[in-house]
Ligand binder design. Structure first.
Ligand code: PHE
Length: 452
């Protein structure tokens, strides 16, 4: 059977933007920024997106397009008889880790959407939004049921195929989300505490930069938000036709993703301060602030309904790209149908999601890493370690294993004025930075260079 292809280049771009823009921009960005001091974090994150993220995005998509295979097959094809294909196993492991918690948080978003449909979140519930949210996520089976619903939707899109499922869904989701977020940002800026929130987001507290953890957090956020290092972009790239040019497409994806992150910061932090919420309250942050904003808005119930609908769509357009990574691989490797593969992979992720969900209830004392709960631990391993390692490996493949002219040809940069610059970044800057940030996080850097 011939390998599937996107209908148009725009279809690919929308799908890739759909993959990038998701819970990472709204939910994850705001709580990680809140935990890491706000402004200084934002600045580092932006530096990493520009210096590492966008150049590597181009590298990752080009690997897929050149090899026309999945995350493991592509490395086997381009670098046969080398250990490079192990990158693909990391990618598949990340896909399982990420989607199992992603589906839980997206399940919360569907639950919120439902509460706006039936009107129960139009005004603050008796326990307040904070209390209502706490009660909901600690319930034994309710959040799991919403996670199941989200997983089913994800599987249905993936089993419908690349063009008829993934591409078609993204054509509707993306424009809607953009309009909504801009309207919300304008409203949030008109709230009383807005200036304090903006100060938190846009005035770097330079002392935060002395914490090694902020670098790894910003790097992980850049990778997570750009869907980088796992093979999602590689797999999407593998459905491109050779005549579709990459540099402008990847730059567009990077810009769009960053725009959505900054806008959601502008929506959320003014409200966090206006409503006296602790910016470092972690994963629940947006689920408490957003309904509080909506309640104050004219037609807030309607806005909340549309917002959570858009958030669910944005999550879906990302989750399909995560499920597509193992689906594409196992379909080819085992010769299974798309239907069977996506249902099976999605079900395994759902079962893992049950553990994540219970981590907010009966298993709330379980802390696999340090004081991190189940969700945070899985997120930490996948986003802060596996994704940057995947990115490092892809940078080394394109920067060192390929000759310069092969790398430029694969990325359509041969005649570009930025060719030399891009190649320098992928060959030296990105790998060195990633390694330094890792060493720094483990404390090894200051052990080797005590003067730092
Ligand atoms: N980028 C997505 C988001 O921001 C999440 C994601 C991570 C998707 C990794 C694919 C791969 O929500």
């Amino acid at each position: 059977m011939a390998r599937e292809k996107w209908g148009t280049k725009l279809g690919f771009m929308l799908a890739a933007m759909g993959s990038a823009v998701g819970l990472g921009n709204i939910w994850r960005f705001s709580f990680v920024a809140g935990n890491n001091g706000g402004g200084a974090f934002l600045l580092l994150y932006l530096c990493f997106v520009i210096l590492i993220g966008v150049p590597l995005l181009l590298a990752e998509v080009s690997i897929g397009r050149k090899a026309e295979s999945d995350v493991i097959g592509s490395f086997q094809k381009l670098a046969p008889k080398t250990p490079w294909y192990l990158t693909g196993f990391f990618g598949i492991a990340s896909a399982f880790l990420i989607l199992s918690f992603y589906a839980v948080v997206a399940g919360w978003a569907i639950y919120y959407f439902w509460n706006y449909i039936n009107g129960s979140f139009f005004t603050s519930p008796a326990a307040g939004y904070e209390g209502a949210f706490g009660q909901f996520i600690s319930h034994t089976w309710q959040p799991i049921a919403w996670t199941a619903l989200f997983m089913i939707l994800t599987i249905v899109i993936v089993l419908s195929g690349v063009k008829k499922g993934i591409e078609a869904a993204n054509r509707i989701f993306m424009p809607l989300l953009a309009v909504l977020l801009i309207v919300l940002a304008i409203f949030s800026l008109s709230l009383d505490g807005a200036s304090e929130g903006l100060k938190f987001l846009f005035t770097p507290d330079w002392s935060a930069l002395s914490q090694p953890s902020i670098y790894i957090a910003a790097l992980g956020q850049a990778f997570f938000s750009l869907s980088l290092g796992m093979g999602a972009m590689l797999t999407y790239g593998s459905y491109l036709k050779k005549e579709n040019k990459l540099p402008s497409a990847t730059l567009g994806i990077g810009l769009m993703d960053t725009f959505f992150a900054v806008i959601s910061g502008i929506v959320i932090f003014p409200a966090v301060f206006a409503f006296g919420i602790d910016p470092s309250s972690g994963p629940p942050l947006v689920f408490i602030t957003l309904p509080s904003i909506f309640e104050q808005m004219p037609f807030g119930g309607f806005v909340g309904l549309i917002f959570f609908f858009a958030l669910v769509l944005a999550s879906l357009s990302s989750s399909v790209s995560i499920l597509e990574v193992p689906t594409a691989y196992f379909m080819r490797a085992l010769g299974w149908s798309r239907f069977k593969t996506s249902v099976l992979m999605g079900s395994i992720m759902f079962v893992m999601g049950i553990a994540v969900s219970l981590g907010f209830g009966v298993w709330s004392g379980v802390t696999p890493i340090g004081d991190l709960g189940i969700l945070d631990s899985m997120d930490y391993i996948a986003s802060n370690i596996l994704l940057p390692l995947g990115g490092l490996s892809m940078a080394l493949l394109v920067g060192w294993f390929f000759t310069k002219s092969q790398a430029l040809e694969a990325t359509d940069l041969t005649d570009s004025p930025v060719a030399g610059f891009w190649h320098f970044i992928v060959k030296f800057v990105a790998p060195i930075l990633i390694v330094i940030i890792f060493l720094n996080a483990t404390g090894l850097l200051s052990a080797i260079f005590p003067f730092l």
